[in-house]
Ligand binder design. Sequence first.
Ligand code: ZN
Ligand code: ZN
Length: 172
Amino acid sequence: MLIDVDKLTKDGLTVNRDFEYPSAALVEEDAALLKPVHVELTVSKIEDQVRIKGRVSTLIRFNCSRCLTPFEFPVDSRFDLVFLPEEFEEIKEGLEEEDVNTLYYRAPQIDLREVVLEQLNLTFPLRPLCAEDCPGICPVCGAVIRDGACSCAVPGGDLRLESLKSLMKDKK
Ligand SMILES: [Zn+2]
Ligand SMILES: [Zn+2]
């Protein structure tokens, strides 16, 4: 969806729609989009500065980085982005501190679909986990520990603890 920057006003344009993307567009490997990406945004302009503000929501499936089990990850993010014309980026290169929060657009249009995809990718966790305390997989047989004890695990025992115990037994 291309937005003509020249036609924007300070009151803004309201965008309320769904965007579809192929799952391959997601930065996280093996992630899948389970729903279209719903956006409720206002795009406004004051002088050369374009502001995109609102909400993006969807449902994504990740594979847990510890136990590899697929899990659903709801996204409901608020954005408030300010874009400057790309000429400003060159001016800024001479400045010492770079403001990573400033984005740039190339006049005369902004591709809203691209902006939404980029922001969506930024909301992803660095290492997706099915649960904060995901115990991962059994280091011996590779079974998912959360699914129940595999034959290597001693009920109620920790594998490392068990091997430590047997080490201590040997010393006696
Ligand atoms: Zn997990
Ligand atoms: Zn096991």
